[in-house]
Write a protein that binds this ligand. Structure first.
Ligand code: AHM
Length: 328
């Protein structure tokens, strides 16, 4: 594969009528915003941008300055491109309507500007996650309900991981693409079809929550730890970064399962359905993996509110199938 850039790739998709001009523009815009965030992270004055702001977001979390910068940057870059009807962000309580001074389109952008914020100041990988939906009866008026679509309705989803390398992982609903940001600040296509190994013996969970889990998750992890002496009959390894982008990225590259279940403290789960779990589940399933809350496929769940939380188990297909059996 010879240095195909994201723009070239998207132009080809347009030529083959696989995407429309507005989606092309939207994808180029969001991925350009991520280049700017990348540059801020790589060049920023640490004491300034990595520190905490004095604001609390809708999730009740202390915002870092970089959370706010990334959020504002993405909104500012995308509101004016005439492709969007509305925007929703982890950092903003209500939906963001495109101002009347701009032309409106029929796409909806949902995003988490900086996933893994608690890792910002310790130089561990963080990322931007995005999900794109469409509205079909657009009279220019949107409500929160316009965004409450099942995950399987996503037109595109992806993330950028700011790690040792900056990577873009993207799906337009026909497999998962993998791009690397090169020295010339161009997204270069490295793989056209990421496939997750269907088997794994690596799990990823915040084990400090163990006493809060339900009996099913406790039993599965106990069986993993028992290894070859237990019912699962294999030796497991554990990896936990604490940035969902980094944990999911590892799983997309080499397999594994990621679990963030509901627990007795977070009775609805910790992670957010619309702009964290849905886009990641879309990518995982497009790469041949599975995503479930234990009993239902994540992508089939009817969302009830914008900032809804959910328990999630996703990754290598056969291991997720094994975990689902604990819920029967
Ligand atoms: P954030 O959006 O505030 O960064 O929270 C999401 C992050 C995920 O990246 C990660 O998987 C999880 O929170 C870790 O949370 P915890 O350390 O509480 O287990």
């Amino acid at each position: 594969m010879n240095n195909i850039t994201l723009s070239t790739f998207l132009q080809k998709q347009l030529d083959y009528s696989k995407i429309d001009r507005n989606l092309l523009l939207l994808l180029n815009t969001i991925t350009n915003s991520c280049k700017k965030i990348n540059s801020i992270i790589r060049n920023g004055n640490e004491s300034d941008i990595f520190s905490e702001s004095n604001t609390i977001n809708i999730q009740g979390e202390q915002q870092k300055k970089l959370d706010i910068i990334a959020n504002e940057l993405i909104i500012k870059d995308s509101e004016c491109i005439s492709c969007l009807a509305g925007i929703a962000s982890e950092e903003v309580e209500t939906i963001y309507e495109i101002p009347n001074s701009y032309t409106k389109g029929n796409y909806l952008l949902l995003f988490d500007p900086l996933d893994g914020s608690s890792n910002i100041d310790v130089n561990i990988s963080i990322g931007t996650i995005f999900s794109i939906l469409k509205i079909y009866d657009n009279d220019g008026y949107i409500t929160e309900n316009s965004f409450l679509q099942k995950g399987k309705k996503q037109i595109a989803a992806g993330y950028v991981i700011y790690g040792p390398q900056t990577n873009l992982v993207l799906s337009l609903g026909e497999g998962v693409l993998f791009f690397i940001l090169n020295h010339d600040n161009e997204w270069i296509l490295k793989e056209e079809k990421i496939i997750i190994p269907i088997n794994t013996s690596e799990f990823s969970i915040n084990a400090s929550n163990m006493k809060l889990w339900d009996s099913k998750i406790k039993q599965y992890i106990e069986d993993c730890l028992t290894g070859t002496d237990g019912p699962l009959n294999k030796k497991y390894n554990m990896r936990w970064v604490g940035s969902m982008v980094a944990d999911i990225h590892r799983i997309l590259r080499r397999g594994g399962v990621f679990l963030y279940p509901k627990d007795s403290n977070s009775i609805n789960g910790k992670l957010r359905l619309m702009y964290e779990v849905n886009p990641m589940s879309f990518l995982i399933e497009q790469a041949g993996g599975l995503a479930t809350n234990g009993t239902e496929s994540i992508l089939e769940i009817e969302p009830k509110k914008l900032h809804e939380r959910i328990g999630v188990i996703l990754g290598s297909k056969l291991e997720v199938e094994i975990i689902k059996k604990y819920y029967l």
